[in-house]
Design a protein around this ligand. Sequence first.
Ligand code: CUA
Length: 611
Amino acid sequence: MFDHDDYTRPADAGDRWSRMAFAGLSRSGAMLLALAALVVFAVTCRSATPDDDAGDLAASTYVPVGEWDAYYAFLSGGQSGSVFVYGLPSGRFIRQIPVFEPRAAYGYANMPGTEAYERLAATGGFWGDTHHPILSETGGDYDGRFLWINDKANGRIARIELDTFETVEVKRIPNLYGTHGVAVVSPDTSYVIANGEFEGEIPRRDPEPEGYRSIMAFLDPISLDPRFEVLLPGNADINDTSKDGRWAFTTIYNLERGLTVEEMIQRDEDAIAAIDIHAAERALERGEYAEIGGVRVIDPEQTTEKLLYLIPVPKNPHGCDVDPTGTYVMGSGKLSPTVTVIEIAKIDQVESPRLAVVAEPEVGLGPLHTTFDGRGNAYTSLFVDSQIVKWNIAKAVAGDPEYIVDRVDVHYNVGHTQATLAETMHPTGEYLLSLNKLSKDMFLPVGPTMPENQELIDISGERMRLLSSFPSEPEPHDVVFMRAEDLIPHVIQTEELGPDAVADGESRIERVGPDEVHVYMTAIRSKYGLSSFTVKQGDRVTLRATNVETIRDMSHGLAIDSYGINIALDPGQTREVTFVADKPGTYWYYCTWFCSALHLEMRGRMLVEPR
Ligand code: CUA
């Protein structure tokens, strides 16, 4: 179906593999062996920056008490289903944003009858596997509005508002299985793109491997509903876009259409797929799509205008990264020691997509992701070598053999790596984070499950300097940064009282039906608007509460003993929960945020009269 002439093995591919010095083994066997060996027996040399004095290193990440970090780092929470927020360079953990999991502390999805709970229940449940945080852009720079994150486990995507750091939308993406790579279409976030990494039958019916396809969904950035989807061969992995709104790229592995790991690594080449977004939009206008699951789905084989280009990349490539100038898209080889550099302007201008490849520098074993400093250098994570390698893009493209600039050991087995603002058109080239998959002996042992290890690297000079490491819960995959000064003006610290707020002095209970009551309640230091309210057993109770505080950091909670209720309320915030008062007796409600010296006294009684 796709032009397999584009996948014939180049003449020098054998050389490349023979250089990997696993003579006597099949290539794929050698690679699996190498991966396994290095995972299990990684060397334990931790003095990675021997030239630096410990005091100098400590000073370079020290942020004095009361002062703020220069960067926000948003790390995906992996199977924690959330987003972790750290300050850099200190490595201070400052927030966990719950997305696909309940979090009682923030009153997020922790009880039925709340908006967040019902949204998770309707889209796939109460856990998620988050991989790739992405930030909204205007003019190719971060605008501080939104962060999106995938849930690989349930085909979902979520939108977080950065003024409140709260999840405001979660959608399941139709026709898509295993949401993996996500990116915004630069420079103005015209779409959010999401890959369905798992190929499957579309729509999901009887298991029928012959018909399996992957998909890239082009989503409305606000509603997260697909505007259209494009069918792809193989497994669509990581994606990125050009800087001019025209191209969406994704690495593709398993063009073999294999169902086992052995079958998936037969070919020496897979691809980066380039989707011409404007051509896809024209195909939609011509009606060249099928409506599947309520979504317009384009099969690139069925369009009159070419919109899908498959550029050969060895072998089971992973990272897909566009450089800040928008000149190149790069695929990191994973099972090949190379990064494939593709000149974007050539993609639709050359006779064979292979001719758009302008360099294939060898960087080391297990290259997974590549990031940029904005000064012409690329930094590639090497999973097998446990290194970050810095290399010069122009030298690699010019064929200068001296393209490697520096290497630094990381601990251990790095997956994603990201430099500060590298996904924008204006990277700051200050720091790089190495998100290491294994921490092994790096921290105090806490049982057989180890924390994950992030390592902060100074990339402002010619040589890299490993500054510090900071652990986190399992298991971050990727990170994006915002300069503190760019985000702080967007962050609100008290909410405006909304039209649904319960005003001070308006706390009350209203019976609206024979077994239905509405309770309106304010919270302020350190009392509730009602010191008690009485309902009948079996009543459906809708409890609306407003924190009428007007100063920052004065949160209150409203938990009801034995009823599984905890409403958390930021200053100015109103929230509502509906529940059935099915147990008779006295139930104290109390404040769950320590708000004053009379915090313990901040409570009242729900009296449930037996029917
Ligand atoms: Cu309000 Cu403690």
